[in-house]
Design a protein around this ligand. Structure first.
Ligand SMILES: NC(=O)c1ccc[n+]([C@@H]2O[C@H](COP(=O)([O-])OP(=O)(O)OC[C@H]3O[C@@H](n4cnc5c(N)ncnc54)[C@H](O)[C@@H]3O)[C@@H](O)[C@H]2O)c1
Length: 400
């Protein structure tokens, strides 16, 4: 197994860590990326996004000759597809065109006995309904005898190299032989359990994981909104409710962002009228920023020439990732509405296209209304006495 050649298509957050781990485990890895910059950067032994320890691993895999980046696929024994699957913003339908393009690009090189693994997050039915037909149509020998499986990723950015090895994996084959071949491959480098199933179950299981998080956060967000008119502190209430042995309510926030939890539920809900709870949860979470803005508007109305200070722009604590961030959505809308002078503090980035960034000290010195949007470590030590007589809108429940 170890002398095999692996072709990894898409060298982003998932593909590059996977390719470099495999390159240091004795496989010969050919990494393919559509971006010439990505290919050049990797071949210099460098990385194009930050992930702890990835630079060391990539350098070592490239310098050993076991990882080489190229712009076009080539013959291999195992093909791994890890290209993006974004949402079409207009109607929230998943865009599988990158997966289809990547499959078309490998098809001429896929021969009998090869293994094709789809790691991209995909809607149910994509493996057998979209990938397999392309391999059958364009494959070197119509994919006769090809093994194909969906093997979703569940790594957490910031811990990708640890979780790629330690997490349990699901491998969903188009047939038993495919599932078995995929499992045997992952078992050569994964320490977690590898569970075999069919492709559709694996596709749905991956989507169900982030949907579980989204629906449960929606419950917490809704509870925080219905607590408000009663003057109930939702964090205190949830802490008490969670003393019940079978209750575990999650924490409310300003909404849900990032590129997974706010996206993957639509892969189930788009075009599925029976996904009522999932769609409603998305709507509840997407509406939370409006509710926060309403609270800021109310607070600002009490002050002449109000100064509003927003703490945090990232989609979650202690990261610099602003993708789909409700905090950034709120800050941008406050700016567009012109509800007073706006100060924005985001300690994890050095500049922002729309805002001149302020320090925490600036915000504490000047703001009349402080809106805590992200529970970054810099803000977690804030106490009510640090805020004096300012109006505080704490969407994360950290100032206490
Ligand atoms: N990032 C995560 O934490 C995470 C976690 C679980 C699952 N996923 C899923 O994994 C998949 C990949 O996500 P990512 O975050 O690694 O994406 P990414 O945007 O970081 O990287 C994708 C790479 O693929 C390249 N690419 C696009 N089309 C290509 C093609 N046809 N041929 C070759 N290269 C191509 C791009 O240039 C880019 O470098 C997505 O489906 C995502 O939903 C991501």
């Amino acid at each position: 197994m170890m002398n095999k050649t692996i072709c990894v298509v898409g060298l982003g957050y998932i593909g590059l860590p996977t390719a470099s781990i495999l390159g240091t485990k004795g496989y010969r890895v050919v990494g393919v990326d559509a971006s010439p910059d990505v290919v050049e950067t990797i071949n210099r032994g460098e990385i194009h996004f930050f992930e702890p320890d990835l630079d060391i691993l990539v350098r070592s895999a490239v310098h050993s000759g076991n990882l080489v980046a190229v712009s076009k696929p080539q013959t291999a024994d195992i093909f791994i597809i890890a290209v993006p699957t974004p949402l079409d913003d207009s109607d929230k339908t998943p865009d599988i065109s990158y997966v289809e393009a990547a499959t078309r690009s490998i098809a001429p090189y896929v021969k009998t006995g090869d293994l094709v693994l789809i790691e991209s997050t995909i809607p149910v039915g994509t493996t057998t309904g979209a990938v397999l037909p392309i391999l059958q149509r364009d494959g070197a020998n119509q994919a006769d005898g090809v093994r194909l499986a969906h093997c979703p990723e569940r790594v957490l950015p910031g811990r990708i190299l640890v979780e790629l090895i330690d997490n349990d994996r699901i491998v969903g084959g188009i047939d038993d032989e495919s599932a078995e071949a995929a499992a045997a491959f992952y078992e050569t480098f994964v320490r977690g359990q590898v569970y075999r199933t069919d492709a559709a179950t694996a596709e749905m299981a991956k989507l169900a994981e982030n949907t579980f998080r989204d629906v449960n956060i929606a419950l917490a967000n809704e509870l925080s909104v219905v607590c408000d008119p009663h003057g109930i502190d939702p964090w205190e209430m949830i802490k008490l409710a969670n003393r019940h042995p079978r209750v575990n309510i999650l924490q409310p926030g300003p909404g849900v962002g990032g590129h997974c939890i706010a996206v993957d539920p639509w892969f189930i809900a788009a075009g599925e009228p029976n996904a009522r709870l999932i769609r409603t949860a998305r709507e509840v979470n997407d509406a939370k920023p409006d509710w926060v803005i309403g609270k800021v508007r109310e607070a600002a109305a009490e002050i002449s020439s109000p100064v509003i200070g927003c703490l945090g722009l990232a989609f979650k604590a202690d990261v610099d990732d602003l993708r789909g961030s409700p905090a950034e959505i709120i800050a941008r809308r406050l700016m567009d509405e012109g509800i007073g002078e706006l100060l924005v503090c985001e300690p994890n980035i050095s500049d922002h296209a729309a805002f001149t960034l302020s320090t925490l000290d600036d915000v504490l010195a000047r703001a009349d209304v402080v809106v805590l949007l992200v529970d970054h470590k810099e803000f977690r030590s804030l106490r009510p006495e640090d805020l004096g007589d300012k109006i505080v809108i704490d969407t994360r429940g950290v100032i206490r």
